[in-house]
Design a protein. Structure first.
Length: 129
C-alpha cells in the first residue's frame, strides 16, 4: 500500500533535508519539468509483505516486548493487550529507571502504560545489560 502523494519541485527538500536522504520517502514519478512525485509508505514492508503498525503490535501479544518511555524509564514485559491509542497492558514486568544514584529496577505483576508516553517498542527485546 502506498501513502498519500506529495508533489514537490526542485530542490526536493523537506525541512531543509534533501528527500534523497530520507529512506522512508521515495520518488515514483518525474515529469518533463523535473518535478517529482514522492510517496511516503503508509505501511512497513517486511519480507515482501506489508504490515500496518497496529498489526505489528497485535502480532506481539503474548510475547516479550521492550518499551522505551519518554521519561528515563524502560519497561520489559509480556504484552497482554493494547487499544487504538497504543495504551498497553503488560504482565511479568521489569521497570528500569535511570536516577542520579544509578539504575533502579522494579518488578511488577501487571502494568497499564499510557500510549502517549511510549517512544519506542522492540518486539522480543530484553533490557540490555
Amino acid at each position: 500500500m502506498i501513502g498519500a502523494a506529495t508533489r514537490v519541485s526542485r530542490p526536493h527538500t523537506f525541512g531543509g533535508v534533501p528527500l534523497s536522504h530520507c529512506p522512508y520517502v521515495r520518488a515514483v514519478h518525474q515529469d518533463e519539468d523535473h518535478h517529482s512525485t514522492y510517496y511516503a509508505p503508509a505501511t512497513i514492508k517486511m519480507a515482501g509483505s506489508q504490515l500496518l503498525p497496529l498489526e505489528l503490535i497485535d502480532k506481539c501479544i503474548g510475547s516479550r516486548i521492550h518499551i522505551i518511555m519518554k521519561s528515563d524509564k524502560e519497561v520489559v514485559g509480556t504484552l497482554l493487550g493494547f487499544d487504538d491509542f497504543v495504551n498497553m497492558v503488560l504482565e511479568d514486568v521489569t521497570e528500569y529507571e535511570t536516577t542520579a544514584d544509578g539504575r533502579r529496577v522494579t518488578k511488577l505483576d501487571q502494568i497499564l502504560l499510557n500510549g502517549n508516553n511510549i517512544t519506542m517498542m522492540v518486539p522480543g527485546g530484553e533490557y540490555p545489560f
